[in-house]
Write a protein that binds this ligand. Sequence first.
Ligand SMILES: [Zn+2]
Length: 240
Amino acid sequence: MKIDQRRRCPYCGYTYRTEVGRNVFAHLLGDPGSNVAVHSVIFVCPHIECAKAEVFVDAGTFPAALRGRPEEDRQTFGYDLPGEYFKSRLLPAFGGKPELQTATVPDTIYRDYDEACKLLPVSASASVTMARRCAQKMIRAKFRLKPGKLLNEIKTLGTFSPPIQQEIIDALDSIRRTGKFRALPEDDVKVVSDVTPEAARHVIDIIEILLYDWFVAPELHNERITALQLILNRKYSEER
Ligand SMILES: [Zn+2]
C-alpha cells in the first residue's frame, strides 16, 4: 500500500494531509531470511465527525531495499509492497462502490456486482463468472429482453432502433469474450476459466460505467429536468 501525501476519506470525502503517527499508522512485519513481508497500513480520517479508519494489508517478498537495514526502517512510509501474494483492503469492507448502490440500481444487480468486486482479489475466474451474470441481468432490466444466451442478447441489442452505440455493444461483447467457458456437467453450472486479474478488473470497470450510465445517470437527469421545470414555472408566473 503506497502512502501518498494527500488522501481522500472514502467515507465522508474529506481530503487531508497524511501525517505519520497522527492519521497514518503503518507497520512492516517481515523476515528477510524467509523472504516474506506483510505490510499493514491504517488511515484514520481527521475530520472529527467521521474519524473512521481505512485498513490495508499487503503480503509479498521481503523488499530488497530494506535488507540489512535496522528494524526502525521498516516503518518506512510511502513504501509500496508489491503484494505478489496478497493485496487487499479490509476496511471499508472490500466490494462494490457505495455510490452505485442507489434506489435506481436494482438490488439483485448491485449484489452481483458487489460480489464480483469481492471475488476479484481471490479468484479472477469467479469474479468474471459473477460479472457476466450481472451484465446479463443489467441488459434484461435495461432493455426488457427475454432471458437467453448472452451472445444472442448482445446480437438483439445490435438490431435496436434507435441504434445502441457501438461502443456499448463492443463493451458487452468484451465481457462475453473474457475467459473460456467451462460447463460443470453434474449440475449444469457454467463457470469461466483462464482469466487474468487484469482482464477481470477490465470487466468490472465496464460494469461500473454501464451501471452508472444506465441506472444512476438517467435519474440524476430527471432530477435536473424537474429543477429546470420549477425555475421555468417561476419565471412564467413573474411575467404574468
Ligand atoms: Zn472521513
